[in-house]
Design a protein around this ligand. Structure first.
Ligand code: 13P
Ligand code: SF4
Length: 302
């Protein structure tokens, strides 16, 4: 195992590369990363890096967003088939119809979306800044794509807006079931439940804290408490345990696993560097149009 980490370190130097990893990729991959974070942090940091090559250990929309925001960089993905199904769950005809129906409509696009969907949108958001950005928009009518659950969470936090929901979802977070959470609460009375806003409304109602992956990790790390129940993809456990070796984390039965994120392995990280494999390319016209909502997000959110 150690030798592959050494090989990756040498390849990074040789190729002027840095590795960015999302909290959902396997822990051993997070361990070789230079930057680990939630989607918002990773898209922000990608715009500030000096290295010529960015290896993105995550899913397609993440590597694609990094390339759109930093067209001069070489962006490599260890597994180019690691795609988030929710990124395709919105219909452009529906967006166009919605624009005809509401004059002042803002199409707000969760970053978990394809570059093509972003081009139909006014602004991108992530789970950590969606509420802040929607609040700041001058528009009363918001069409939130693709995730229904994050959209419904935002609608509740920003009651002054008319948030129209789309029917996309994350199959991983949808698997966190209310009955299982209630059972866990019976097994671990008084233990706080920390949840990602991609979970269903009925699960969010049982939460003590709702946040992005970074939000969940920060909350548990700053808390004086010693035990937590976690309602998100199990990759977060790696950083939670790294930062809090004395604390205990319980997951909801079934164990939430994102198949796409788990396709990213250490061997694939090494090989994409070694053989310059998995380069992300976005054509110029698509890039310049998808860049508008992504940049607006970076300008609007803290
Ligand atoms: P975060 O933005 O919280 O990192 O979440 C990304 C994601 O894919 C959630 O399923
Ligand atoms: Fe997509 Fe869900 Fe996986 Fe996140 S956890 S990348 S939303 S499938």
């Amino acid at each position: 195992m150690d030798s592959i980490y050494r090989e990756i370190e040498e390849l990074k130097k040789e190729k002027d590369a840095v590795i960015l990893a999302h909290y959902y990729v396997p822990g051993e991959v997070q361990a070789c990363a230079d930057y680990i974070g939630d989607s918002f942090y990773l898209s922000k940091i990608a715009t500030k890096l000096e290295a010529g090559t960015l290896v993105f250990a995550g899913v397609t929309f993440m590597g694609e967003s990094a390339k759109i925001l930093n067209p001069k960089k070489t962006v490599l993905m260890p597994d180019t088939t690691a795609d988030c199904p929710m990124a395709h769950m919105a219909d452009v005809h529906k967006i166009e119809n919605m624009r005809e129906e509401y004059e002042d409509l803002a199409v707000v696009c969760y970053i978990n979306s394809s570059a093509a969907l972003k081009t139909y949108s006014d602004v991108c958001v992530t789970s950590s800044n969606a509420v802040e950005i929607v609040k700041k928009l001058p528009n009363k009518n918001i069409f939130f794509i693709p995730d229904e659950n994050l959209g419904s969470y935002v609608a509740k936090q920003v009651p002054e807006k008319n948030v129209i929901l789309n029917d996309g979802y994350c199959y991983v977070h949808k698997e966190v079931k209310k009955e299982q959470v209630e059972e866990m609460k019976r097994l671990h009375p008084g233990v706080e439940f920390l949840v990602h806003p991609e979970c269903t409304k009925e699960v969010l109602e049982l939460a003590d804290h709702i946040g992005s992956t970074s939000g969940i990790i920060d909350y548990a790390t700053k808390s004086e408490r010693k035990e937590f129940m976690i309602g998100t993809e199990n990759g977060v456990l790696y950083e939670l345990q790294q930062k809090n070796p004395d604390k205990k984390f319980y997951t909801v039965p079934g164990g939430q696993t994102c198949a796409a994120m788990k396709k990213v392995t250490l061997e694939k990280v090494r090989d994409c560097l070694k053989y310059n494999k998995g380069e992300v390319s976005v054509d110029d016209s698509l890039r310049s149009r998808a860049n508008v909502p992504l940049n607006r997000m970076l300008e609007t959110a803290k």
